[in-house]
Ligand binder design. Sequence first.
Ligand code: DC
Length: 232
Amino acid sequence: MTEGRRHPDGIIIALDGPAGSGKSSTARAVASALGYRHLDSGAFYRAITWAALQAGIPADAWDGLTSAELDRLDVHGHPGEAGYTLTVGGAEVMREIRSPEVNAHVSRMAAVPAVRTWLMGALREAGARGGLVADGRDIGTVVFPDAELKVYLVADPKERARRRLLEQGLASPSPEDVEAEAARLQGRDEIDSTRAVAPLARAGDAVELDTTALDFAHQVDAIVRMARARGG
Ligand code: DC
């Protein structure tokens, strides 16, 4: 362990920002450049949402979910070389958690305080040894407030919508598609940033990076350089 290092496997990098700001792809690339593991915290909220939908628990009952009921949903994140694989009832759900149905419901699940409390232990455990790039909404503010590097990613809503649609395989989205997706993203931002518990917010000590006009490789490089300067 390097002297002065708080964690044996490296620093913790917290990447927060709104839906479609490029957090997950950026976090994955930064982790790969540093030989760190990527923790996509949104994937956990997505897996819980998928599990609840599959279990037939109606969305208007989610506010009352208890930790015992959450345990029974059997959602787990399994650490691998590069990141975490999510399973529900032992079956991998990495594709299912990106479905439109999950997109439409996940903000509601993520606003339930009992769900956030339930997940906190698993997320913090993932960071116990450091060497982690974690992305989400409250990573720098609540989950890892002591992270050595915090970055808050922002981008213009239409650009975020365009990226999301490209990611979903729509090669040349029409202006109407982009408008509709931008409205959906802003709807989620609204729920995520106005909820009572751990809302989407920039940590006071986070570096803000506007990626609207940034080339992906440059944005990754900028964060890797900041991370190296902080011992990563
Ligand atoms: O980043 P994403 O789109 O996969 O996030 C899915 C949802 O989970 C989103 O509505 C916000 C929520 N989320 C959260 O509340 N806190 C986090 N740390 C990560 C995601």
